[in-house]
Design a protein around this ligand. Structure first.
Ligand SMILES: N[C@@H](CCC(=O)N[C@@H](CS)C(=O)NCC(=O)O)C(=O)O
Length: 204
């Protein structure tokens, strides 16, 4: 079995689980519930960076970060599936995946600011920089909407997990306004069984 250091609220973990579901690999993954913020967390036994997700392969290698884990799962499934190798697609898909990962990073940075950082240490300008990143990224997608018609790839998964994390943790951020093509793509993507099965719990 593959072992995955797992958290149900992490959008990075969600990317990995959506990838596994889309590749039909979910039954090969044992989830190990991990709270990286707990003072006594043992996450560093597998990941010196102290983060989830971390996937331990059947050979005992600990893999991180989420882009590498997703690509590893793709290779286990035979390769060239969610990570197309053809030069005319590869860089386009990796760029979209980086955009999606950047949306996730910005959302998580806001969450840390709102939830973990003591009130007197908050830095509103820095938080605003993060929400600007999300809005600018959605505007970039709106200007280049051909991504919506492409066969499923890792870029789609990262973007959808990023936008749904914004819905989950930053409900006041209106990323939809002025971006009808992205909204229409997102709504059909989020209805996919793999996205529905990995939706974060509403009570945590
Ligand atoms: N670039 C990493 C980011 C992973 C990450 O930041 N995960 C969060 C949970 S949502 C975490 O474990 N944070 C703990 C920390 O930053 O110390 C990836 O793509 O896997």
């Amino acid at each position: 079995m593959l072992k995955l250091r797992f958290s149900p609220t992490s959008p990075y973990v969600r990317k990995v689980m959506v990838t596994a579901l889309e590749l039909g690999l979910e039954d090969r993954i044992e989830k190990i519930m991990t709270n990286v913020w707990a003072p006594d967390t043992d996450i560093a036994d597998n990941n010196p960076l102290g983060k989830v997700p971390c996937l331990t392969t059947e050979e005992g290698m600990d893999l991180f970060d989420s882009p590498i884990i997703c690509e590893y799962l793709d290779s286990l499934a035979g390769g060239d599936k969610l990570f197309p190798q053809a030069e005319d697609q590869k860089w386009h898909v990796l760029r979209l995946m980086a955009l999606g990962d950047g949306i996730i990073d910005a959302g998580v940075n806001c969450r840390i600011e709102d939830f973990l950082r003591p009130e007197e240490k908050r830095y509103p300008k820095w938080r605003e920089r993060q929400t600007t990143v999300i809005l600018r990224s959605v505007a970039d997608l709106e200007k280049n909407p051909n991504f919506a018609d492409q066969a499923l790839h890792s870029g789609h998964i990262a973007i959808a997990c990023g936008l749904d994390y914004a819905n989950y943790r930053l409900p006041d951020l209106d990323w939809r306004q002025g971006h009808p093509k992205v909204v229409s793509w997102f709504e059909s993507f989020v209805a996919k069984p793999s996205m529905q099965a990995t939706a974060p719990p509403q009570d945590s």
